[in-house]
Design a protein around this ligand. Structure first.
Ligand code: SF4
Ligand code: FES
Length: 262
């Protein structure tokens, strides 16, 4: 088993209201089979042995499905491997002697809590504003009671793959959350169950996204490149079309009310 020695420049920040800076650490004997987070675990074990505060970072499933992990490695959210979360990134993609810079997601809407941990509550509030369906769930319905076309089912499943990690925001020069928001909208609005509330959903989720301080999309497409689930920016185009349609519908209704016409 080959091992490697690395030099890490890790962002250390004790609290949101305290200044942060990069600290240099040497990590020796890293196995190529370790994940990036296991390498950070190793660093932390050694820091604790030396009486130094361990580096705070987020993780949960460590299987690429929960969206909890995520750090910027050498300027790239989730690191150099395409379609891979930080927890699924393995050290075999690095080499002995590498010098790596590790930072938290950088965005105004994601304040740093500590070291590499940021507050992604803004994404939760976008979902709370419309990422649900208001129907009585009851018991499991008859599977064929509501036909869903293959095309719609595939689109909804592609959008539902979003794990809410926030790498799209961290990669965007505008810190835009449009890929995330459009995936959450696309997941529901492409299904018949989500159709009744589709117009209101797109309006309120986009309004919440703007209220949280995320920037606008100017087609850099960095989000799509950084996304570990390869969510397509086609969902942003779909969201924009639905938003335009919904605003047009609302305008027509107001005009009809004002003129007394039907
Ligand atoms: S769209 Fe991709 S990068 Fe953005 S939150 Fe979802 S999974 Fe993460
Ligand atoms: S820890 Fe769950 S996706 Fe990485």
């Amino acid at each position: 088993m080959s091992t490697m020695n690395l030099v890490l420049h890790v962002w250390r920040q004790p609290a949101a209201d305290k200044p942060g800076k990069f600290e240099r650490y040497e990590v020796k004997g890293v196995s190529e089979h370790q994940s990036f987070l296991e390498m950070l675990d190793l660093l932390n074990e050694r820091l604790v042995e030396q009486g130094i505060e361990p580096v705070a970072f987020d993780s949960d499933c460590r299987e690429g499905i929960c969206g909890t992990c995520g750090v910027v490695i050498d300027g790239r959210p989730h690191g150099p491997q395409r379609a891979t979360t930080t927890c699924q990134l393995h050290m075999r993609h690095f080499k002995d002697g590498d010098e790596l810079t590790i930072e938290p997601w950088r965005a105004k809407a994601f304040p740093v809590i500590r070291d590499l941990v940021v507050d992604r509550g803004a994404l939760d509030r976008i979902i709370q504003s419309g990422g649900y369906i208001s129907i009585r769930a009851g018991s499991a319905p008859e599977a064929n009671g509501l036909p869903v076309s293959k095309e719609c089912a595939d689109l909804a499943m592609d959008a539902a793959a979003c794990i809410g990690c926030g790498a799209c925001v961290a990669s965007c020069p505008n810190a835009s959350a449009m890929l995330f928001t459009s995936a959450k909208i696309g997941h529901l609005n492409n299904l018949p169950q989500g159709e009744a509330e589709a117009a209101g959903r797109v309006r309120s989720m986009v309004i919440q996204m703007e209220a949280e301080g995320f920037g606008h999309c100017t087609n850099h497409l960095e989000c799509e490149a950084a996304c570990p689930k390869q969510i397509s920016t086609d969902f942003i185009a779909q969201m924009n079309r639905q938003l335009f349609g919904s605003m047009l519908g609302a305008k027509k209704a107001v005009t009809a009310r004002n003129t007394g016409s039907k």
